[in-house]
Design a protein around this ligand. Structure first.
Ligand SMILES: C[S@@+](CC[C@H](N)C(=O)[O-])C[C@H]1O[C@@H](n2cnc3c(N)ncnc32)[C@H](O)[C@@H]1O
Length: 245
C-alpha cells in the first residue's frame, strides 16, 4: 500500500501525481517520445514542483516497501530530496528511522524542501529536509542532526559518475560498518563505472544492480548480515537482465 499512501498523502496537499506510466503505454498516449512517464512528478495549480527532480518510480517505491519489511534502520541520510517523494517513502516504510535529506534546491527544490518539512511535521514523520550541497555540506549536516553513525543512505542527486562517487565517499565516513547504501539511476544515467569503483572500494558489501527497478538502482548490502535483505534484493534482480558489477 506504500505507493497508494504516497499518492493519497500528496493528494491531501492538493497535488496530482504523475508517475510510472509504462514506456510502451506512453507511446500510445503521447506524441512526445522524449517525455518522462517513468518517474514521479507532483502538480498543483499548473506547477510541477519536481520540475528539475523527478521522484522514484512505482517499482522503486515497492522496493523500499519490501526493504522496510526486513530492515529497521534508526538513522537514514538521503542526498537529493526534491519534493520529498522518496524521503517520505522511506519514512513510511521505515518508521523507526530518523531521516535527514539534503538538497541543493535546483528548480523548485526550495519549495520541495518546504513541502517535505510541512508534510513531515503535520503527519508526525521524523523527517528533516535541509538546504545544502553534497559533498561540501555533508559533514556539518550530519553533525547537526545525528549523534551516532548512519545505517542507511539513499543517493539520488547529481547524476554523474564523478558526483555519485563524491556523494558516496563523502557520506561513508559518517556511516556504520554495516550500513546499507542505495544509488538511484545507476543504469539510466550511465553511472555504472562509478558504481563499480564504489563496489570495489567496499569489499565488505555485496553490490547489485536491481534490474527490476525502473532506473536500475544500485545497492550495497553488508555480506555478513541482513539475510532477509539479501532475499529481497535478489528478487529485484532479473536473471535475464543481469548487470555484472
Ligand atoms: C532526482 S531529484 C531527487 C528525487 C528524490 N530522491 C525522489 O525520488 O523523490 C535530484 C535532486 O538532487 C538535487 N541535487 C543535485 N545536486 C545536488 C548536490 N550536489 N547536493 C545536494 N542535492 C543536489 C537536486 O536539487 C534535485 O532536487
Amino acid at each position: 500500500m506504500l505507493f497508494v499512501k504516497l499518492v493519497e498523502l500528496y493528494g491531501r496537499y492538493g497535488f496530482t501525481i504523475r508517475s510510472s506510466i509504462s514506456p510502451f503505454l506512453l507511446t500510445k498516449l503521447s506524441l512526445n517520445s522524449s517525455e518522462d512517464g517513468t518517474f514521479t512528478y507532483a502538480f498543483r495549480e499548473g506547477t510541477n514542483i519536481g520540475n528539475l527532480g523527478g521522484g522514484i518510480n512505482m517499482s522503486e517505491v515497492a522496493l523500499i516497501e519490501d526493504m522496510g519489511q526486513v530492515l529497521a534502520p534508526k538513522r537514514v541520510f538521503a542526498i537529493g530530496c526534491s519534493f520529498g517523494w522518496s524521503t517520505l517513502a522511506l519514512a513510511l516504510a521505515m518508521p523507526t528511522a530518523k531521516i535527514v535529506a539534503i538538497d541543493i534546491g535546483m528548480g523548485n527544490g526550495k519549495e520541495g524542501l518546504a513541502l517535505t518539512n510541512q508534510i513531515a511535521k503535520e503527519n508526525g514523520y521524523d523527517v528533516t529536509g535541509v538546504l545544502g550541497a553534497s559533498p561540501g555540506d555533508l559533514a556539518a549536516t550530519v553533525a547537526s542532526h545525528f549523534d551516532a553513525p548512519i545505517d542507511m543512505v539513499f543517493i539520488d542527486a547529481d547524476h554523474t559518475n564523478e558526483a555519485q562517487s563524491k556523494d558516496y565517499f563523502g557520506i561513508r565516513p559518517h556511516c556504520a560498518a554495516d550500513a546499507v547504501y542505495m544509488f538511484h539511476d545507476v543504469m539510466v544515467c550511465q553511472m555504472l563505472p562509478s558504481f563499480k569503483e564504489i563496489a570495489a572500494a567496499t569489499p565488505t558489501h555485496k553490490a547489485r544492480v536491481l534490474t527490476r527497478t525502473a532506473s536500475g538502482i544500485g545497492v550495497l548490502a553488508p555480506k555478513d548480515s541482513h539475510a532477509d535483505l539479501h532475499r529481497v534484493l535478489d528478487a529485484y534482480c532479473d536473471p535475464f537482465g543481469a548487470v555484472p558489477v
